[in-house]
Design a protein around this ligand. Structure first.
Ligand SMILES: *[C@@H]1O[C@H](CO)[C@@H](O)[C@H](O)[C@H]1NC(C)=O
Ligand SMILES: *[C@@H]1O[C@H](CO)[C@@H](O)[C@H](O)[C@H]1NC(C)=O
Ligand SMILES: *[C@@H]1O[C@H](CO)[C@@H](O)[C@H](O)[C@H]1NC(C)=O
Length: 537
């Protein structure tokens, strides 16, 4: 008896509906037990008398008969039994027990009571599982995929009768949008070329259509993406001309990328060999560097690392750093009373140099006015000296400074009076020039603490001539060439630690120049010939 009570309590879980039908002599009940459950099918429930005998029919056939007056109670090993009150007890329900059961109870006074019970065996949904592939799981269980990949969403579970499976999506722009559904053991949903808009929560719902039991399984999916373009490398001058800000930006990546500024000594695919100046998880990384860490020929690279970029396909931008190379004719000759224009070309400096004209061994600034006219045409810097007099004779400097170095072109101006004969004078000039140069070089070596441009040799510098600024990206085909942008002139020239004197006049050197074919050089050559003619007069 205790056991029966417990069973009835358990079975209440399976009752979906119990509804008395048509008056007092009949009821209809629906039961949805799971396989293995004990099902108790009620018969006479509307009164409290005990039926004398109850007959149970299933789908029109009698299956068992028994009751209070039954002479032999059902054996314990039988699955089906009629209990004392006429209800039918089924132990260990199997799917084959589905059906319509009809009972007839004979009540005291020979009243016959009918009841109908619909039995629908159900199970699940259970073992519902979801999988998303290919995806990478974060520590908190959130899955990540890369934009553009094809992603498969699988959901499976078991249920009797067959479950309804639905994939639903909740994202930034939609809430609980149904993607696909089916009736069966599994459901596969596929997204080709997944986009950031597909980021959100994916829920698989398994629903038993009979028991209305439902199981939801959700997974959060992040779509990682990175822009196709390379980062942008920029520079900005610092207050101190020996310092410079390098800035690298790479917007539009999710999640935030890691940017790194470093010295890249090898080929672009040789990776990082040099020093790393800064590395940070950011989409804009700025670093201020100075003359003591930068060197000529070094490539400064900003590399972007991101989980959406496969190893070896990191995006980067870089600057090949070059010290200035002010270029021009080392000697000029002018007739007293005329005007002369000294020309200096600064086309190789990266970052762009601040180029100025100076006068005398003390390298005093030249103030434009009635005597001097300064002009600038692209990379060409001109100094025009008006109404030449003997006082203007001497040494002039075209001084180029960038954050790597200060390099100086020396130009010696010879002023001829119309009466003077030149031969001897030229000799004296050259002697004076050599002495002057030696003095400047000596001064330079003395004051230089870092390096001397002179040390590299002219051969190397000649090769660099005519180079333009290459602001390039990682791929070889993406090579942009620009003329060197200029920094605004800076009048305060305190930093004279790095000085290069080049272009010591020599006949060999001029030969080299004449054979050079770059446009700037041809222009120089024309200017060379003019003073040469004057000398021979
Ligand atoms: C899991 O971590 C990621 C990244 O840290 C975060 O965006 C996401 O919201 C987290 N998910 C949950 C469910 O906390
Ligand atoms: C130059 O930069 C380095 C490294 O950032 C620093 O240690 C050094 O003090 C700087 N020198 C000057 C003169 O600012
Ligand atoms: C040129 O300079 C001389 C003296 O050096 C002066 O006498 C003359 O007036 C000047 N000419 C002009 C046009 O300024």
């Amino acid at each position: 008896m205790m056991k029966t009570v417990a069973t009835v309590a358990l079975l209440h879980l399976c009752f979906c509906a119990t509804a008395p039908v048509s008056g007092s002599d009949s009821t209809e009940t629906a039961l949805t037990p799971s396989p293995g459950d004990i099902a108790l099918l009620p018969c006479y429930t509307v009164g409290n008398v005990t039926p004398t005998v109850t007959t149970w029919m299933k789908n029109g056939r009698e299956v068992i008969r028994g009751g209070a007056s039954s002479p032999d109670p059902s054996p314990a090993d039988q699955r089906l039994s009629v209990l004392h009150d006429g209800s039918l007890n089924i132990r260990g329900v199997i799917p084959g027990d589905d059906g319509t059961y009809l009972c007839s109870s004979i009540l005291p006074g020979n009243i016959i009571f009918h009841a109908r019970v619909l039995l629908q065996v159900t199970s699940g949904p259970e073992n519902v599982s979801v999988s998303v592939s290919p995806a990478t799981a974060l520590a908190n269980g959130t899955l990540t995929v890369t934009q553009g990949s094809s992603v498969s969403f699988n959901c499976s579970g078991s249920s009797y009768p067959s479950q309804e499976l639905t994939w639903a999506f909740s994202g930034a722009s939609s809430s609980n949008m149904s993607l696909a559904s089916t009736s069966g053991p599994w459901l596969n949903y596929r997204i080709e070329d997944i986009q950031p808009s597909a980021q959100g929560v994916y829920t698989c719902r398994a629903h038993n259509p009979v028991s209305h039991q439902a199981v939801n399984k959700s997974t959060q999916l992040l779509v990682y993406h990175a822009p196709d373009r390379h980062p942008e490398c920029m520079w900005a001058p610092a207050q101190d001309p020996s310092h410079i800000h390098f800035n690298c930006t790479w917007f539009g990546a999710y999640p935030t990328p890691t940017l790194r500024w470093g010295e890249d000594q090898g080929d672009q695919d040789a990776g990082w060999k040099g020093h790393i100046y800064a590395s940070e998880e950011t989409d804009s990384l700025s670093v201020m560097l100075n003359r003591s860490v930068l060197s000529d020929g070094e490539t400064l690279r900003c590399m972007a690392q991101h989980p959406a970029l496969a190893p070896g396909t990191e995006k980067s931008c870089w600057f090949p750093l070059k010290r200035p190379y002010p270029d021009g004719e080392p000697m000029a000759t002018a007739l007293e009373g005329t005007d002369i224009t000294l020309t200096c070309t600064e086309a190789v400096s990266i970052p762009p140099a601040n180029t100025t004209w100076r006068k005398g061994l003390q390298q005093e600034d030249i103030i434009p006015g009635s005597k001097y006219v300064l002009s600038e045409e692209g990379p060409v810097f001109k100094l025009t000296i008006l109404n030449i007099s003997k006082d203007d004779e001497g040494v002039y400097f075209c001084r180029s400074e960038n954050p790597l170095a200060i390099c100086v072109l020396e130009v010696y101006l010879t002023v001829k009076t119309s009466s003077a004969y030149t031969g001897a004078i030229i000799g004296i000039f050259i002697a004076a020039l050599i002495v002057g140069s030696a003095a400047v070089v000596a001064k330079t070596i003395y004051s230089s603490r870092h390096r001397i441009c002179l040390g590299d040799g002219f051969g190397h510098m000649e090769e660099d001539r005519g180079d333009v600024l290459s602001l390039v990206e990682s791929d070889d085909e993406q090579l942009f060439q620009d003329t060197v942008p200029r920094l605004p002139p800076v009048t305060n020239g305190r930093h004279t630690t790095l000085v290069q004197i080049h272009r010591i006049p020599s006949s060999d050197h001029e030969d080299v120049e004449t054979s050079d074919t770059s446009p700037q050089q041809q222009e120089d050559t024309v200017q060379t010939e003019e003073p040469a003619d004057l000398v021979t007069f």
